[in-house]
Design a protein around this ligand. Structure first.
Ligand code: GLY
Length: 314
């Protein structure tokens, strides 16, 4: 069967300050278009989500790769995951340093090791061994990240306090289905500002930050990591779809469950095995974009749904 390809990307949940709103929208649109061009040329969903997330990691508007937030020591520790719904192959990295594109590294872990997740020093050692370029931390750090970190230091604001107020931005991700009906997902993040050194969030954890299975669909999540882990949000969405819910209803029910059960907020993107998709969130904003049938759809505020025609040869 020849499936119509679909890609959906997100640039993270939370408040997204007005000065980042436009660049976030442009960023997710570019990433969705690049990922879709791979699908339109017969590429796999795995290639598409990796490429889309790499573009988001390279964009300083987002908390992933370049633009990542800083931990309590003012350092950058990155997490990422990629998963192939065809065979449940998955690779993930956590607490890694000095690597510009954690999603690419996660794919290497998936393809070149017998393991699923590498963390910290061990992960960086493996990166060195396979000659992944090491970049100085300062190249990943933006002025915004430093300002945010300085605020935390100045007011001794705890990470708990952060979620009682509103975090500015979060995590990036992508889900896709290709013309062979294979689904994939990828998620990448710098985590949360002022996190403890060594803290790992939901993003690199299978079933929490992402999950993909051709049997149901693919999900990438964003939001309060400690809450997302408690409800294994990505897998929860797919469980709801397996009970017969549409992607949108399954997403809303899962996000509501997280809010009611553990007082956690967040967002997610999902694509089903039949190419139905949704982008949903319970935070103030979430930048997202999708491409299907030569229509680019995107939004940032609740209820927003802008559309533009695009011109891929399908
Ligand atoms: N959702 C990203 C994190 O909490 O690390």
């Amino acid at each position: 069967m020849h499936m119509k390809p679909v890609i959906v990307v997100h640039g993270g949940a939370w408040a997204i300050p007005d000065d980042l709103a436009e660049s976030s929208k442009i960023g997710v649109k570019c990433a969705a278009m690049s990922g879709f061009s791979i699908l339109a040329n017969g590429g796999s969903s795995l290639q598409a989500v990796e490429a889309a997330v790499q573009i988001l990691e390279d964009n300083i508007a987002f908390d992933a790769g370049h633009g990542a937030v800083l931990n309590a020591d003012g350092d950058v520790e990155l997490d990422a995951i990629i998963m192939d719904g065809k065979n449940l192959a998955v690779g993930s990295v956590s607490c890694i340093k000095n690597i510009a594109n954690p999603v690419k590294f996660a794919r290497t872990v998936m393809e070149q090791t017998p393991h699923i997740m590498l963390t910290g020093i061990g992960a960086n050692k493996f990166a060195e061994k396979i000659k992944i370029e090491k970049i100085p931390t300062k190249e990943l750090v933006t002025e915004n990240a430093v300002k945010e970190w300085e605020q935390y230091q100045k007011y001794k604001q705890s990470v708990k306090g952060l979620f009682n107020t509103e975090k500015t931005h979060d995590t990036v991700g992508a889900v896709a289905i290709d013309s062979k009906s294979n689904v994939s997902c990828a998620t990448s993040t710098g985590g949360i500002t002022n996190k403890m050194v060594g803290r790992v969030g939901d993003s690199p954890l299978i079933g929490s930050g992402a999950y993909a299975d051709n049997f149901t669909g693919a999900v990438s999540t964003t939001g309060h990591g400690e809450s997302i882990m408690k409800v294994t949000l990505a897998r929860q969405v797919l469980f709801n779809m397996e009970k017969g819910e549409s992607p949108q209803i399954a997403a809303d029910h899962s996000l509501e469950y997280m809010k009611n059960k553990v007082h956690g907020r967040g967002g997610l993107i999902v694509v089903s095995k039949s190419g139905e998709w949704a982008a949903r969130f319970t935070t103030r904003r979430m930048a997202w974009a999708s491409v299907e049938n030569n229509i680019l759809t995107y939004g940032l505020n609740p209820g927003e749904n802008f559309q533009e025609n695009v011109h891929f040869k399908l």
